[in-house]
Design a protein around this ligand. Sequence first.
Ligand code: UDP
Length: 475
Amino acid sequence: MLQSVDVGERSLEAYRGVAPDAILAELRRVAAELRGMRVLHLNATPYGGGVSELLRSLVPLLNDLGLVADWKVIHGNNAFFEVTKTMHNGLQGAARELSEEEQTIYLVNAEQNAAQLEEEYDFVFIHDPQPAALPTLHGKGEAQWIWRCHIDTSEPNPQVWEVLRPFLAAYDAAIFTMASFVPPDLPVARVEIIPPAIDPLSPKNFPLSKRLAAQVLDWIGISLDRPLITQVARFDPWKDPLGLIAAYRLVREAVPNLQLALVGSMALDDPEGWEVYQKIKLESKGDPSIHLFTNLTGVGNIEVNAFQRLSDVVVQKSIREGFGLVVSEALWKGTPVVAGRVGGIPLQMSDGVGGILVEGVEECAQAILRLLEDPAGADELAQRGKERVWKQFLLPRLLLNQLSLMRELAAGRPSVRRGSWEPRRDPVCGMMVAEASPPSSATFGDRSYFFCSEACRARFLAEPEHYLGESGHGH
Ligand code: UDP
């Protein structure tokens, strides 16, 4: 049997007054149509990284909404997770290919896990490439299979992509965070664009008084009398921790008492973590103002909450990113962010909302300095970022998008308009947007269009015909 992750119980009612009312109401309505449906979410690790973070909140809420949901994780040994990390890196564009032996390890693991999937489901969500071969090897049965890709697969290494691609043909639908992440020859007929979201009620994000947060940080050796910048991320080369240290050193020339906290988790499925950790340790040696913490030494959700709340600036210096939940986490706490202009990060913030997007070490240092020197301006940016997170990146919106997709798959029809709510697609980026509370909208001709952001709306209004195509009815 595959290992189940026990997630306890949670109630959607608790989100009243926290997430937009219109979304909560529609969520209940759509869920009512799916009552009793059996749903499995399957991924590679019960802790560490964004996917487990999401499932921990999402799965109990599905149960609360009347579905019957499980979260399970596949088994794998170190050799397997070495292979899947290579695959993950290759799918994000790294040059390293998968050897014959590595492909065999992947396949043998998939066969073993497929044999252990015993229960029947109506919907199976497979997260990321690690368990992606399961429907092929297990057989689809009665279920509809959905591949949920959390990474940037816009320019995959062709050899690695060719290893994975045939397994994807078994899926009924695939979900990506951004339209630009969808590889051109994806063998899945139905593709949805659904960005992830954060749980505002989890211990990582729930309200924490300033006093308590300060006590938490004080206890682990952070001085709140000095400026503090923080990056919370798995120890992964794509998160560019060494680039961040270089940027911190530049900022220190102007702000000598600056502290840098690098908070990194070790995920079960990420053997590269220790290597990166050692590199950071070496690079930060002799600098007592660089603080390095991991989940293995007791820096957990509450500590991350306190860091994201009390840092002067949160940094996410990624050079490749799927979404970067940490950006929404920081903005939700009203903290300004400096982050790499990559992957899903610009969805969450853009210049003028949330903080400053950067490319490279120097730009990163300049942006950090700008925010440190202008706390009032930084706070304004952060508040606008928080507003965007409220509208778009809280868990109920994600649940609503997923349930809408399930409802459509169950109905066997591509798009059925029932009742007052329907997931609409932003004609510019293709993202699912909740009509009940669209972040932005415009009327053109005799129709209304909904957008994920002001930026997409502006692009649409500049050349609507381009986005509507010849038919005038959108893509
Ligand atoms: N995280 C954590 N502790 C750490 C580092 C990361 O709890 O030391 C969490 C972080 O708060 C976020 C998730 O792990 O919720 C990382 O998700 P993200 O989308 O930013 O990146 P991923 O790891 O999925 O690439």
